[in-house]
Design a protein around this ligand. Structure first.
Ligand SMILES: [Mg+2]
Length: 270
């Protein structure tokens, strides 16, 4: 594999698992940076503020600038702010997501009949009451969007249900489909990462552990993809994978296994 000028890294299962960095991952990224590569990090997880992901990477020894980590909450907030400035939102989601929406000038309302949008996300306090509210908001004309559609999230103690459960509930009772799902594998997410890198697509590698989000998204965006086997995907899952990743690596250190050429910078300097 050649060195790329820019890398988009998934976080969970790629850089770390829970609280622990994956073996060699931090050193591999540090070495890519030392050779001049630019790196951004993507997560679908909206249950913590993006600052805490930045802080987590820094505490593992990875220097990241503000803006180097992008999550589905940020993309959802900027999508809605562009759709309708100051829109009223009924939210099925947690506080960090509500804060992100507020920061973008959107207004989270407790009254479903005021809502112009229903935003559905991962909500560990999801209730029948919230489902009822969301249903009435949608039946009253609110538009339906979701942050991300992951089915389950790996936690140190095993898998926990993710946003797909809440989305399925709201879609089932309303008979409506979310008009936008903003996180990976959406074009909104990869576009945000690519504009952060400011590099031509042929100079960017998407690195992640999930075929149905990371690899699918990179392939759809026309960038090269590398699947790392430190997360949810096993080698045997790859047999039926469409699209197939361009590279398969066991650990991130394999990104450095090339002929030692320096990264060719095609874009301007940051
Ligand atoms: Mg992952």
């Amino acid at each position: 594999m050649r060195l790329f000028a820019g890398y988009i890294f998934d976080l969970d299962g790629t850089v770390y698992l829970g609280e622990d960095p994956l073996p060699g991952a931090v050193n591999a990224i540090l070495e890519l940076k030392r050779r001049g590569a630019r790196c951004v990090f993507l997560s679908n997880k909206p249950i913590e503020p993006v600052e805490s992901y930045q802080q987590k990477l820094r505490s593992m020894g990875l220097p990241v600038a503000n803006g180097d980590v992008i999550n589905s909450a940020m993309i959802t907030a900027s999508y809605l702010a562009k759709e309708k400035k100051g829109a009223l939102i009924y939210l099925i989601g947690e506080k960090p997501l509500a804060d992100e929406l507020s920061k973008a000038g959107l207004m989270v309302t407790g009254n479903p009949l005021d809502a112009e949008y229903v935003v559905v996300s991962w909500d560990r306090a999801f209730t029948y009451q919230k489902l009822n509210d969301a249903m009435h908001a949608v039946l009253n004309g609110a538009r339906l969007v979701a942050t991300h559609a992951d089915r389950a999230c790996p936690m140190p103690d095993g898998l926990v249900p993710d946003a797909a459960g809440m989305i399925a509930a709201v879609e089932a009772v309303t008979g409506r489909k979310c008009e936008a799902v903003l996180g990976k594998p959406s074009a909104w997410m990869v576009d945000a990462a690519m504009s952060r890198l400011r590099l031509p697509r042929e100079d960017i590698l998407m690195v992640g552990d999930r075929l149905e989000t990371d690899i699918k998204m990179g392939a759809a965006a026309g960038i090269k993809t590398a699947l790392v086997l430190t997360g949810v995907t096993r080698l045997e899952d790859l047999i039926s994978s469409v699209p197939a990743p361009d590279f398969i690596i066991h650990v991130l250190a394999e990104l450095l296994q090339e002929d030692g050429r320096e990264v060719v910078r095609a874009g301007g300097d940051v």
